[in-house]
Structures are given as structure tokens and as C-alpha cells.
Design a protein around this ligand. Structure first.
Ligand code: ADP
Ligand code: 5GP
Length: 193
């Protein structure tokens, strides 16, 4: 049987990575993470090949020229992120459930490409103020980068209606359970979109 693609999008700091990590740790559904390529530098604690394939701008451009991406976006000025064909195509053919942590434009694009083989989930913050608070608490970005991410969030929230489902990440455990349930129901064929 063919596998599925799970698209998880949200403005930066809404808790996508935390939710994906928790669902993978719970082990109720066997998710394979699609490791994207990016030319942004690694944050403390990030590992090449695990969180991202960290590449130079030249390497990213070469991958575009070689048609290695399903999609890619310049998510922030000069910062490119892309979903590699090698991370998803063969895995879905093998029957695996592949999860993508991807920006809103990329998410909409992948859903268009894969149709009912893909489930798109939008993680919403309880409020924009709480989002800023979480980004400050995460302490991985400069004050300038946080301002940039928060102002972009207001624009990105406009894409939420284009997703198959929306989950508010207010209480983490509830958001994890809700997201996990959507993934299990979709991948077992109980729910289609
Ligand atoms: P994203 O991957 O969407 O950029 P993260 O998963 O890195 O976001 O989460 C941003 C910050 O918010 C992290 O410090 C994380 O621990 C925290 N966080 C995530 N979910 C919640 C929640 N429900 N309540 C409070 N803090 C949260
Ligand atoms: P961060 O720098 O916080 O890891 O990610 C910034 C943004 O880029 C997030 O919204 C994340 O979902 C998005 N992103 C990560 N990988 C990809 C990708 O392969 N394609 C696209 N379009 N966005 C991505």
C-alpha cells in the first residue's frame, strides 16, 4: 500500500517542531521526518542530516538546478528552505508516513501536488502576543529575527483556511493528541480530505 504525506505548517514559534517531536516520541504512529535542505546556519543543538541538511547558498542553488526539490521557498530574505524529492518520493512508495515541517506557501504547494495522498494541518497560536512570548522563551533568535518572525506570522495566519485541518496549540498535550488523532485517522483511511 502507498504511504501518506503529512504537512504541518504554522508561523515560526507556534510549536510545530515540538508537536512533531512529541508525536514521534509517543510512538502511536510511525512517522518519518522529511529532512529539508536550508542555507540558514544551524542553531545550537541542531544536527546536520537530522534537523536539516545544512548547505551553502551555492549548494542550495545547485540542488535547484539539478531539480532535486519538490518545492522550495525563500522563507526569510536570503534564507532558502526546500523539500528534497529524495526525502519523500521513495518513502511514500514504500508505504511510509512522511511528515513535513514546512512554511505556509510550501505546504499549500505540496497539498496541490499530492492531493488526497497528503493531509495538511495548520497549527495556530492562541494569540500573536503568546507567539512572541514563546519565541522569546525559546531564545534561539535575535530580537530582530523575532520581530521579523512575528510580523510575518500575521500574514501567514491568512493561509490557515487553505489547510485541511487546524489545531490550536494552547495546551501542548491537547494539541499533540488532536494532531496525532488526525494523522492516525487519515493514514488508516478512516478520514479523507
Ligand atoms: P516552531 O517549530 O513552530 O517554530 P517550536 O516547536 O520551536 O516552534 O516552539 C516554540 C517555543 O514554544 C519552544 O520554546 C516550545 O518549547 C514552546 N512551546 C511549544 N508549544 C507550547 C505550548 N503549548 N505552550 C507553551 N509553550 C510552548
Ligand atoms: P526555522 O528556521 O525556524 O527552522 O524554519 C523557518 C520556516 O521554514 C518554518 O516555517 C519551517 O516550517 C519552514 N521550512 C522548513 N523546511 C522547509 C521546506 O523544506 N520548505 C519550505 N517551503 N519551508 C520549510
Amino acid at each position: 500500500m502507498k504511504g501518506k504525506i503529512i504537512i504541518i505548517s504554522a508561523p515560526s514559534g507556534c510549536g510545530k517542531s515540538t508537536i512533531i517531536r512529541e508525536i514521534m516520541a509517543r510512538g502511536n504512529v510511525d512517522l518519518k521526518f522529511s529532512v529539508s535542505a536550508t542555507n540558514r546556519p544551524p542553531r545550537e543543538g541542531e544536527t546536520n542530516g537530522v534537523n536539516y541538511h545544512f548547505v551553502s547558498t551555492e549548494e542550495f542553488r545547485a540542488a535547484i538546478a539539478n531539480d532535486e526539490f519538490v518545492e522550495y521557498e525563500e522563507v526569510y530574505p536570503g534564507r532558502f528552505y526546500g523539500t528534497l524529492k529524495s526525502e519523500i518520493i521513495q518513502r511514500v512508495e514504500k508505504g511510509e508516513i512522511v511528515v513535513l515541517d514546512i512554511d505556509v506557501k510550501g505546504g499549500v504547494r505540496v497539498k496541490e501536488l499530492f492531493g488526497n495522498e497528503a493531509l495538511s494541518i495548520y497549527i495556530l497560536p492562541p494569540s500573536v502576543e503568546e507567539l512572541r512570548h514563546r519565541l522569546e522563551g525559546r531564545a534561539t533568535d535575535s530580537a530582530e529575527a523575532i520581530d521579523q518572525r512575528v510580523s510575518k506570522a500575521e500574514y501567514e495566519l491568512g493561509f490557515a483556511p487553505e489547510y485541511d485541518c487546524r489545531v490550536v496549540n494552547d495546551r501542548l498535550e491537547k494539541a499533540v493528541e488532536e494532531t496525532e488523532r488526525l494523522i492516525i485517522d487519515f493514514s488508516s483511511g478512516k478520514q479523507t480530505f
